[in-house]
Design a protein around this ligand. Structure first.
Ligand SMILES: Cc1cc2nc3c(=O)[nH]c(=O)nc-3n(C[C@H](O)[C@H](O)[C@H](O)COP(=O)(O)OP(=O)(O)OC[C@H]3O[C@@H](n4cnc5c(N)ncnc54)[C@H](O)[C@@H]3O)c2cc1C
Ligand SMILES: NC(=O)c1ccc[n+]([C@@H]2O[C@H](COP(=O)([O-])OP(=O)(O)OC[C@H]3O[C@@H](n4cnc5c(N)ncnc54)[C@H](O)[C@@H]3O)[C@@H](O)[C@H]2O)c1
Ligand code: SF4
Ligand code: FES
Length: 817
């Protein structure tokens, strides 16, 4: 008969412990979890990324509902354990459910510390601890402007960064004169402050909060020095306290946290504690890496596997604010008996400090360049004696180069050592992903194991494990750089752009140390695209990084003339538009007027100097026949006139074209809509094709009618026109975010797999998230012809553009349709 294991708390530490227990001894226990939050276990760390707009709520689920069912775990979610009868071994929840246990694990985490200020109960005063808080901030940003974060620690600064991204005016109130004083020395702290001020944060240092003002809702914060700051939202991030009340009430020994021994046992038999609520050797940890280590020890204990017990952890932190590289580990302050080695490069904004005690590295602070973080952390944990050769730690044995390689440290790591603290991923899990699942890049390892998907601090170590496992030559062979100017892959470049918030091609090339500082014709347009995709609002399109056809907003022809293709939505025109086209064709002596395969009209043989005049006279939007963008939405007659038609394909096509026109994509995108399965619009050889069926629509993807003909695959059947637009938006944005620049949907879909696409888009929440990003981009797009006609500066710049010496070479870039 199975023993009854009950766990109170459905958070990161607790569930990680259960996962490890199931691996070691899957059949020993009947597991019940009581969780106060109405969600399955999620990655609390990533709430910062959700707030910053870099991840969706769906992305941060660690164990979905199916996981509990598949592992026979009873989950009482949305219920709080209210009491424990330690004599009868029964837990009672606030909803009156009684659960008997043989073994009980407390994993109740922490509570945010709320300053007991007068007015702290007003609307708009919140903490930042869970999904509910995160949603409250996102909602507030839609209605209000001024946010104040109290606390300049890790949490406060990550909250502040998220609120800046949500377009709020953000002030951070801090009690000391240095931010993150628990992790940084004053030098690093001041460098950090300057960097964050540059990102738009305002700091009010050495401020003691006195009261919160306002009526029902907060209106401001008053300080003890008589000053005040206006606020529509106040986020308190002034630390946490272990959640121990339940334990205390039933007689379990509690200090700051629930007191446990090296095997996570409390003073009451059969009751254990793990995670932030536990206090081991006087320390209650507030970071996940040590909590996962505790979970591993407890799992062994309850699975009947011997271990030496938990010995405590050295912790390291990395601030998850993009564009800022800060790392801190161990004891970093100058104490008696310690010595510090510091280097500072004021030009590059780099600062490094390593603290020694009796020759051993006991702590480190890095700012600006954190590439040494994994190695330094390993050195701290290894306790290696550097007496007499301390400088090797930063400068290597020769005094001038890099110190002992990360690969050596990787080789010395045991399999169960945690590599990614944020996601609790061990070295063994990563090597398995490489050897058994065929991962050959950090991005693939991330997709497979989640390692490096949180703060990103473990990335160098994951990379080193990859190199150590596959061999440097093999890694280099499989890693396809985006061009000869860099050894970095597309994913690595895009990841760096988003993580470090790089905004220009020059900045990317500089920060990522391009071999060729000017880039080349392959990487410049690609970077320009990736930047625009990642930061549609901040990035200014770089004309000089565009291909010649896109610079001219017209396709260059073999004789050096251009073609003009105005947009004709869904292939439906009007007598007025036809008249305008005819007048323009005559006025500018257009030698050839041609109906294209995409159901529109091409005016060929136009002189460059005539282009703006023609655009003005036409007074029609650009058809983007020259761009890596949405080209056409071909439609059939559909139900309006055709006797076979089941749906209005013309309206559907026009709606799609109007919604997605001007969208920049990795390569050109063509759509089509047919009004019945006879498919006269050839929708099944398009990047996305829609075919009407009885009572709905079928969406086909990744078709191609070009040199490599490919029939499209069925993605989904839907009922309404709204759903067609919703799926199309999500699909196009997923393609925009994950395809290589220059990769058609057909190649992309074959590379990543149809099942992956289906799975990625299956949840409505994910589709909404993709749509919100595509909508943001579409809102910002303007018609390029109109801009040049209306804006004198742009007009001058356009006139100054010269056509390439060899039009044929340029014409191979793109073809129109
Ligand atoms: C925004 C944010 C960013 C962070 N970033 C990082 C980071 O980058 N790196 C890092 O290492 N750490 C980070 N942390 C800290 C990290 O999230 C915590 O250390 C970790 O989540 C603690 O895990 P836990 O399981 O002990 O507690 P929790 O994850 O808090 O889980 C405890 C759970 O128990 C539930 N509970 C409590 N009492 C009861 C009860 N009586 N009955 C039922 N359920 C109960 C709670 O509702 C909660 O769901 C961050 C924290 C936040 C809030
Ligand atoms: N990147 C990360 O690793 C990360 C990110 C977020 C949160 N966390 C963890 O979550 C927990 C909570 O984070 P936190 O930043 O709230 O805790 P913290 O204790 O690390 O920092 C709180 C900060 O608030 C300041 N403070 C205290 N009282 C104040 C007051 N009255 N007015 C103004 N400032 C005041 C403190 O000086 C301190 O710097 C911690 O355990 C932290 O490690 C980690
Ligand atoms: S696809 Fe069907 S509805 Fe459209 S024109 Fe052809 S037969 Fe008519
Ligand atoms: S340690 Fe943060 S992502 Fe791995």
């Amino acid at each position: 008969m199975k023993r009854k294991l009950v766990m109170i708390g459905n958070g990161m530490a607790g569930v990680s412990f259960v996962e490890q227990l199931l691996k070691l001894n899957p059949h020993r226990y009947e597991v019940t979890i009581i969780g106060a939050e109405p969600h399955p276990n999620y990655n609390r760390i990533m709430l910062s990324s959700v707030l910053a707009g870099d991840a969706s709520m769906q992305d941060i689920i660690l164990n979905d509902w199916d996981w509990y069912r598949d592992n026979d775990i009873t989950l009482h979610y949305g219920q709080t354990a209210g009491s424990i009868d330690t004599a009868k071994q029964v837990v009672t929840t606030d909803k009156g459910i009684e659960v008997a246990y043989d073994e009980l694990v407390l994993a109740t985490g922490s509570l945010p510390f709320m300053l007991p200020l007068p007015g702290a109960d007003k609307e708009g005063v919140i903490a930042f601890r869970d999904i509910k808080d995160c949603e409250a901030m996102i909602d507030a940003s839609k209605k209000y402007r001024k946010a104040v974060v109290i606390g300049g620690g890790l949490l406060g600064l990550e909250a502040a960064r998220g609120l800046v991204n949500l377009k709020m005016d953000v002030s951070v109130v801090h009690i000391f004169d240095c931010l993150m004083e628990r992790q940084l020395d004053p030098t690093a702290s001041k460098l950090l402050q300057a960097e964050l001020e540059g990102q738009g944060m305002n700091f009010l240092l050495e401020k003691q909060s006195e009261s919160i003002i306002g009526k029902k809702r907060v209106a401001g914060l008053k300080f003890k020095d008589g000053t005040h700051v206006d606020a529509d939202l106040i986020v308190m991030a002034v630390g946490i306290k272990p959640n121990v009340q339940l334990a205390k009430d039933c007689g379990i020994e509690v200090n700051r946290g629930i007191v446990v021994n090296d095997y996570m046992q409390t003073n009451i038999p059969n009751i254990y504690a793990v995670g932030e609520c536990a206090e081991h050797r006087g320390i209650a940890y507030g970071l996940v890496a040590p909590l996962y280590e505790q979970g591993a020890i407890l799992a062994k204990k309850l699975a009947g596997v011997e271990s030496e017990g938990y010995q405590g952890s050295v912790v390291s932190t990395k601030l998850k604010v993009s564009g800022v590289n800060v790392f801190s580990a161990g004891r970093f302050t100058d104490e008696p008996g310690t010595q510090a080695l510091r280097i500072q490069d004021g030009l590059e904004g780099v600062y490094k400090k390593v603290v020694f005690e009796k020759g051993k590295v006991v702590g480190a602070v890095l700012f600006g360049d954190t590439s040494d973080s994994s190695r330094l952390f390993s050195v701290i944990r290894s306790g290696e004696d550097f007496s007499g050769r301390e400088k090797e730690v930063l400068f290597g044995p020769s005094g001038g180069g890099k110190p002992a390689s990360t690969e050596d440290l990787v080789a010395a790591m045991s399999g169960d050592e945690i590599v990614c603290g944020c996601n609790g991923v061990t070295k063994e899990t990563i090597t398995e992903a490489i050897m058994e699942k065929g991962c050959v890049s950090v991005a693939e390892i991330k997709a497979c194991t989640k390692a490096s998907g949180g703060c990103g601090g473990c990335k160098p170590l994951v990379e080193a494990i990859l190199t150590a496992t596959l061999g440097a030559d093999n890694v280099a062979a499989v890693k396809e750089g985006i061009c000869g100017c860099t050894a970095l892959s597309r994913d690595e470049v895009v990841d760096a752009i988003t993580r470090m918030r790089l905004t220009t091609t020059k900045e990317v090339m500089h920060v990522l140390e391009w071999h060729n500082p000017e880039g080349c014709s392959k990487c410049r347009p690609a970077l320009n695209y990736y930047l625009g995709m990642a930061f549609p609002e901040e990035h200014e399109d770089e004309l000089e990084s565009r291909f010649v056809n896109e610079r001219n907003h017209a396709n260059i022809q073999k004789d050096g003339t251009f073609s003009v293709v105005p947009r004709i939505y869904g292939g439906v025109t009007t007598p007025e538009d036809l008249k305008k086209i005819a007048v323009v064709a005559e006025k500018y002596h257009v030698p050839l007027v041609k109906i294209t395969g995409g159901q529109r009209i091409d005016l060929l043989g136009v002189k460059k100097e005539d282009l703006p005049g023609m655009w003005k006279d036409l007074d029609m939007p650009s058809g983007y026949a020259y761009g890596k963008a949405l080209r056409t939405v071909k439609t059939c007659v559909g139900s309006t006139f055709c006797r076979f038609g089941t749906q209005d394909s013309i309206k559907m096509g026009i709606d799609m074209e109007k919604k997605f026109e001007r969208l920049n994509t990795p390569h050109k995108v063509k759509l089509a809509v047919s009004g019945c399965p006879r498919n006269c619009a050839e929708a099944t050889i398009k990047d996305l094709g829609v075919v009407a069926i009885d009572g709905g629509w079928e969406l086909y993807i990744a078709g191609n009618g070009g040199t490599k003909v490919r029939a499209a695959d069925l993605l989904v059947k839907v009922k309404t026109e709204e759903e067609v637009l919703e799926w199309t938006g999500a699909y196009l944005q997923y393609y925009r975010e994950t395809a290589n620049f220059g990769e058609r949907t057909s190649e992309w879909a074959q590379r990543i797999g149809l099942d992956t696409i289906k799975q990625e888009l299956s949840a409505k929440e994910d589709r909404d998230s993709y749509n919100s990003r595509i909508d943001k981009t579409l809102d910002l797009m303007k018609d390029p012809w109109l801009q040049i006609i209306e804006n004198e500066e742009l007009r001058k710049a356009f006139d100054a553009l010269t056509a390439p010496a060899n039009p044929e070479a340029a014409a191979t870039e793109e073809t129109s349709s």
